[in-house]
Write a protein that binds this ligand. Structure first.
Ligand code: ASP
Length: 471
């Protein structure tokens, strides 16, 4: 007999079906044993009566999270016994046979209620169990739907999904890189991408015109609350566009996303309000303002754009005293292009950067880029990067722009944050299947971990152990 999905059981009233899944809850009333059986699609109440001797004996052995296969008759429940809250609440299954496919040890925490209250490190250690709980399971389903929505939407807008390398080159992009030693070229290292920024711009130079990628980004930042060493962006780049064009595509995509997957939610204002950096700082004291009119309403989504950021800010460590605020590849607003080229009024130059903010969280940012090599070079010079380093870290970009790179710009909405807010979760770890702790550890796999001596030798790495102080 073919297996039936639990969610489909109400279609089989009066018929015998085969189900498979996990024992969610077992209630032993002596004669009658009730088992709530759970699979990916749902939960159904089943009943095992003593008449079916073997099934009844097996049912006595069942414990939470045993994996079983059951055959039985789907029966309509009397009106008084229906559970309106459950999609299978109008039926129950009278079990004829039970096959135990695998047993489960006693669980480290209960899965048939919300695991929010359980110690998070324990949840992460047993993440494969945590993900069986209803809320986490739902978070994964919705995340998958959100990503699919983005892919489908962007395909209708002529975007192409292109993968870019994970093993790349270290480029000074603002954060610290994760580095990977090269075995073949001892003493040399790859860097994991902080974002595919340079590759996506090179794809524009390659004539791809509209690119996107569900991109993993890696940043070795000091662990601060809600950061993860790796996170996922919907990375996008478009050719022959202005600021408005990129903002419009993203705005339309987000509105459609909410209307399609979260129809119960209300977007506070359409089109999304635009706030200048200056106004945001004056009015809200930060550049990711929470403009919700009612902060108690979990279904209210207050999107806004923040624009007109200063391009440069003071930096004591820079030889010129300046560094970029967001992205060295950004282009200034057209009216400041002259100042950039003359390296004048540096503190007044505004960039084309646009950040998208939702309920007080920055959920993405992007800009129009400098596609002419002279303009990019001016930015790097203002930042005081020595010629040698310009050539080493940015030479490939400057060169690529010498061969007819089109004007282009992009953005990268953060998938983890978007799903977190839409799912009403307090942090991104709740919407990442195998998240690390706030301290960048994976307690399930025990990562990071030490390497075998021969792996170190192959990679040409010597560990310098700190000598313990003798007291
Ligand atoms: N690369 C930028 C970031 O990761 C986004 C962009 O400008 O497209 O924040």
């Amino acid at each position: 007999m073919q297996r039936t999905k639990i969610i489909d059981t109400p279609k089989f009233i009066g018929q015998t079906v085969k189900l498979a899944g996990w024992v969610h809850i077992r209630r032993d009333h002596g004669k009658l044993i009730f088992v709530d059986l759970r699979d990916h699609s749902g939960i159904i109440q089943t009943v095992i009566i003593p008449d079916h001797v073997e099934a009844h004996d097996n049912a006595k052995r069942l414990r939470s999270e045993f994996v079983i296969e059951m055959e039985g008759l789907v029966k309509e429940r009397p009106l008084s016994a229906r559970n309106e809250k459950s999609p299978t609440g109008s039926v129950e299954m009278e079990v004829v046979s039970i096959k135990i496919l695998n047993e489960s040890k006693a669980l480290p925490f209960e899965l048939n209620k919300d695991t929010k209250a359980v110690n998070e490190e324990l949840r992460l250690k047993y993440r494969y169990l945590d993900l069986r709980s209803e809320r986490m399971h739902e978070n994964m389903i919705m995340r998958s739907k959100v990503v699919k929505f983005f892919r489908d939407f962007l395909a209708t807008q002529d975007f192409m999904e292109i993968e870019t390398p994970i093993l790349g080159k270290s480029t000074a992009e603002g954060s610290r890189d994760y580095v990977v030693p090269s075995r073949i070229y001892k003493g040399k290292f790859y860097a994991l991408p902080q974002s595919p920024q340079q590759y996506k711009q090179l794809l524009m130079a390659a004539g791809m015109e509209r690119y996107f990628q569900v991109a993993k980004c890696f940043r070795d930042e000091d662990t601060r609350g809600d950061r993860q060493p790796e996170f996922t962006q919907l990375d996008m780049e478009m050719s022959f566009v202005e600021q408005e064009d990129v903002m419009n595509v993203v705005e339309e995509m987000l509105i459609n996303l909410v209307q399609t997957l979260y129809p119960e939610k209300k977007i506070q204002s359409l089109p999304f309000p635009r706030i200048t950096y200056k106004d945001a700082m004056e009015k809200y004291g930060n550049d990711r303002p929470d403009i919700r009119e009612d902060k108690n309403d979990p279904n209210l989504l207050a999107f806004c754009w923040v624009i007109d950021f200063p391009f440069f800010e003071k930096d004591e460590e820079s030889s010129t005293g300046w560094t970029f605020t967001h992205n060295p590849f950004s282009r200034p607003k057209p009216e400041y292009m002259d100042d950039l080229m003359k390296k004048e009024n540096i503190g007044d130059i505004l960039t084309t950067q646009y950040d998208i903010v939702l309920n007080g969280f920055e959920i993405g940012g992007g800009s129009i880029r400098n596609h002419q090599p002279e303009a990019l070079r001016k930015v790097l010079e203002i930042m005081g990067i020595p010629e040698e380093k310009i050539q080493r870290d940015y030479g490939h970009m400057l060169k690529a722009f010498e061969f007819g790179a089109p004007p282009h710009g992009g953005i990268a909405p953060g998938i983890d944050r978007i799903v977190m807010i839409l799912q009403g979760e307090p942090n991104i770890r709740e919407v990442i299947a195998f998240s690390k702790t706030g301290e960048a550890e994976d307690p399930m796999m025990s990562a990071p971990s030490e390497l075998d001596e021969n792996q170190l030798t192959e990679a040409g790495i010597k560990i310098i152990k700190k000598k313990k102080k003798l007291v």
